[in-house]
Design a binder for this molecule. Structure first.
Ligand SMILES: *[C@@H]1O[C@H](CO)[C@@H](O)[C@H](O)[C@H]1NC(C)=O
Ligand SMILES: *[C@@H]1O[C@H](CO)[C@@H](O)[C@H](O)[C@H]1NC(C)=O
Length: 375
């Protein structure tokens, strides 16, 4: 048994290869005897058992191969990078400890629509007859807001966007300043399940403004997706006619500090929470790290939040979508944190966690989302 140990310590693909060789060998050994007794042995048994056992061995090996790949991917990626880069790479950091910084309460909220002049420089707004792709207006990542208007006479209007990459949230409000309220969320049109949307009449004395916030959810850059343009790539059709005269607002997150200084920020009062309509908003909280504490890596948990992007000290931590899952935490590396106050800003596209808190936890969590996922 002692002698067999090195065999078990081999890398899985070597074990797989060895097992295959061994199987062929055994088969060669037993085949003549089988042939001899084939008269009695039902041919079926051999034909069935052989592929099944082979399949089982293969499946077991593939499973361990997959686990091994996950464990070693960091190391193998590193070796590939090392091979092709001229400079030598720094040492792997040791398995650093992580910290649980606890709960941060959201202290300020700002609507994306009310902060448009902060997240989009007015000179960058583009006006065209028909919607253009994100790339053609120079917005390579993130979000682009498309705005148009229509008379809104029918009691229900049907909106369809035959081609939208990747996810469009639709809002309406009245165009005229006098009866303009905060844009009302009417639904989402997604690239994968592209359905027409029914928009109720919001009874404006003026035209109805249509806001389409399109998210670029990332690129695959492979095969048929190599030229994957983003944004609205077709006409926008309302009740059978094409909408004209569009304004496009490229959204930029470079000025989040300014956003928080802006007057449009509403102080959060607990009575208002939970009553809000669904709307993209920025939520700000402050994480305080005691100067006597060590700053360590941590994870930010989005359990209870919906979908959006998070920023810590103006550093884009990443996107979250816990209702889709399975990931509910994002890694926060220690170097972006500092002693004292740390600015945490969350752009939540739908509705926030009801108690308006942001949790900093010690461990990653991959248990979010429902089984019946809908993309
Ligand atoms: C992580 O570990 C490395 C190596 O031990 C150490 O040099 C580094 O300071 C650690 N980083 C943090 C944030 O503790
Ligand atoms: C209302 O929208 C239509 C386009 O659908 C436009 O032609 C018209 O000028 C708008 N009316 C006003 C008052 O802005």
């Amino acid at each position: 048994m002692q002698r067999l140990m090195p065999l078990l310590q081999l890398q899985p693909w070597r074990r797989f290869y060895l097992a295959m060789v061994l199987l062929c060998f055994i088969w060669l050994m037993v085949e003549p005897t089988l042939d001899f007794s084939m008269v009695q042995t039902p041919v079926k048994t051999v034909l069935i058992t052989k592929p099944i056992s082979l399949l089982m061995i293969m499946m077991l090996q593939l499973k361990s191969l997959a686990m091994w790949t996950i464990q070693n991917s960091k190391a193998s990626l590193r070796s590939v990078i090392e091979k092709y880069s001229r400079t030598s790479l720094p040492q792997f950091p040791s398995n650093n400890v992580t910290s649980k910084f606890g709960t941060v309460k959201v202290s300020k909220v700002a609507s994306l629509f009310e902060s448009l002049d902060v997240v989009c420089d007015p000179v960058e707004v583009i006006e065209t007859e028909f919607p253009m792709s994100m790339e053609s207006v120079g917005q390579m990542f993130g979000f682009l807001l498309y705005v148009s208007e229509y008379p809104g006479k029918a009691s229900i209007s049907i909106l369809s966007i035959p081609k939208v990459h990747d996810r469009a949230q639709i809002f309406v409000s009245c165009s005229l300043m006098d009866d303009r309220g905060s844009p009302r969320y009417v639904g989402t049109i997604e690239r994968w399940s592209n359905r027409a949307l029914a928009i109720p009449n919001i009874k404006c004395s003026s035209n109805t403004s249509l806001f389409i916030l399109v998210e670029n959810m990332g690129r695959v850059n492979y095969g048929p997706y190599i030229y994957d343009r983003k944004g609205i790539l077709s006409d926008v059709i309302l009740d059978g006619s094409i909408l004209h005269s569009w304004k496009m607002y490229p959204i930029s997150f470079g000025q989040l500090n300014n956003l928080l200084k802006d007057d449009s920020i509403v102080q959060v009062t607990s009575t208002r929470t939970g009553l809000w309509s669904e709307e993209p908003r920025f939520y700000e909280g402050r994480l305080y790290i005691d100067p006597l504490d060590k700053i360590e890596d941590t994870f930010i948990s989005f359990r209870g939040w919906n979908k959006g992007v998070a920023f810590i000290n103006n550093f884009n931590i990443g996107r979250f979508w816990p209702s889709f899952g399975p990931q509910c935490t994002l890694y926060v590396p220690a170097p972006i944190l500092r002693h004292g106050e740390n600015l945490v800003v969350i752009l939540e596209l739908h509705s926030p966690k009801t108690d308006l808190t942001i949790e900093f936890v010690e461990n990653p969590d991959f248990t979010c989302g429902s089984k019946s996922r809908h993309v």
